[in-house]
Design a protein around this ligand. Sequence first.
Ligand code: NAD
Length: 282
Amino acid sequence: MACIIDGKALSGKIKKNLRVDIKELKERNVFPGLAVVLAGDDPASKIYVSNKEKACQELGIHSKVYRLNSDTNQAEVMNLIEKLNNDSKIHGILVQLPLPGHIVEKEVIEAIDPKKDVDCFHPENVGRMLSGNGRMFPCTPAGVMEMLKEYEIEIVGKDAVVIGKSNIVGKPMAAMLLNAGATVTVCHSRTKDLKAHCEKADILVSAAGKAGLITADMIKSGAAVIDVGINRSEDGKIIGDVDFEKVKDVAGAITPVPGGVGPMTIAMLVKNTILATKILSL
Ligand code: NAD
């Protein structure tokens, strides 16, 4: 039976440490501020934004959500980003993706001041991360790395398989594992034999968004299995990509969904906001 990696507990521990940083900043009259830009009415985005808002409130961080209608235009979004870049009370800017289809996401992300880019999607921050010179790291893969560290899962020289090649999760996850010394394989929807790759993984990170994709027969005995996927089961429950009940009997360590990577992503967002505040203010 695998060790269950408790993302909820670890995120609580990280937030507890962040409270100390926030208190110290406030004693110097520096009040961390996060702006979240939400355009349109995607239901999942609304839930993610409300969770992020709650975490900021819980920790006493000033946060403001800018809600734009789904028919907002490029100029309106770009003007808002410029205003937030110049707002000294705002240290972190997060644009909730996806933006409505007619908005050019790339232009919006590139307009964010890299020092305020708490999602770490700006090309400058992506470049820094790739070259092993990052200041901040994308929240979800950063949360996974914290989990591996906390549970003393060895990375150096290990075979890591990342499923998914998005700019938000898969690619930065692969880069971070590579920088940490793993031999990394990235699989995606066009990969010929997913099972053959997974079977070799000492560390398997699944970020495909496909319920039931990872079954027990794909897992090397003792592997660490990190489930980033968020899917809805037929009865409306939140489930990951991994068949948790069966995989836990083969894996050495495994993250549940919910209560795994999700809370870690939010903790990392707060951590990045504090880091950005320090970079900008101290
Ligand atoms: P995405 O749709 O941009 O990317 C999915 C990737 O999975 C693609 O690269 C695709 O090629 C690959 N893929 C799809 N089907 C596959 C298959 N059958 N075999 C192999 N690869 C396959 O999604 P994303 O933004 O990277 O998010 C991935 C998942 O992680 C989603 O379920 C999302 O909701 C979840 N997510 C969770 C968190 C969190 O905090 N837990 C954060 C971000 C995303």
